[in-house]
Write a protein that binds this ligand. Structure first.
Ligand code: M7G
Length: 176
């Protein structure tokens, strides 16, 4: 028996840029699409752990066939919540990433159905960044997603997740 998820999801991977001639579109690839709990665990157990990804790599988990790009019309009116963990802090990124994955496919991160388009893990030299991409910039549904992200990432009240709309990525619009 297979247990269907509410949506189908696609796991994407950005491989690290090794030369300047490589562009974003050359580096981003869909890995696999799935729609059941069993497939989710099979994939999770067979891809590299977050802590094993090379620097400059990303994982993206996006609903259906939404591309993990600002340009996708289903993202363009939304934005992203994000938090950066300094790697010096010796953070258990594997645990935090699986908690984020489960909150997306289990839809516990959102009150309003399908408000979250996807989640992203950026592996950088001195940081891990976890992002949650939303469909809209509707303040009420956004704030609740931001609050939940803080719980999922086990942040303190003094830590802040930041929302930036894709259209205006110059300054944070909400902080909780
Ligand atoms: P990043 O990975 O979000 O942040 O963006 P980083 O500074 O920590 O690496 C790095 C670069 O990837 C951007 O400056 C863009 O060149 C490219 N890039 C990232 N995203 C999410 C997009 C996207 O959605 N569309 C396009 N065209 N390029 C992107």
């Amino acid at each position: 028996v297979k247990h269907p998820l509410n949506s189908k999801w696609t796991l994407w991977y950005t491989k690290p840029k090794v030369s300047d001639s490589e562009e974003w579109s050359d580096l981003l690839r869909p890995v696999i699409k799935f729609g059941t709990v069993e497939e989710f665990w099979g994939i999770y157990n067979s891809v590299p752990k977050a802590s094993d990804l090379p620097i400059k790599a990303d994982y993206h988990l996006f609903r259906d066939d939404i591309r993990p790009e600002w340009e996708d019309e289903r993202n363009s009116k939304g934005g992203r919540w994000s938090y950066q963990f300094r790697r010096k802090r010796d953070v258990d990124i594997n645990e935090l990433w699986i908690r984020t994955l489960l909150s997306a496919v289990g839809e516990t991160i959102e009150d309003e159905e399908n408000e979250v388009n996807g989640i992203v893990l950026n592996v950088r030299k001195s940081n891990y960044r976890v992002g949650v991409w939303t469909k809209s910039t509707n303040a009420d549904s956004l704030k609740s997603i931001g609050q939940k992200l803080k719980l999922i990432l086990k942040l303190d009240e003094n830590d802040h997740v930041e929302f930036i709309s894709h259209a205006d990525s110059s300054a944070p619009a909400f902080i909780v």
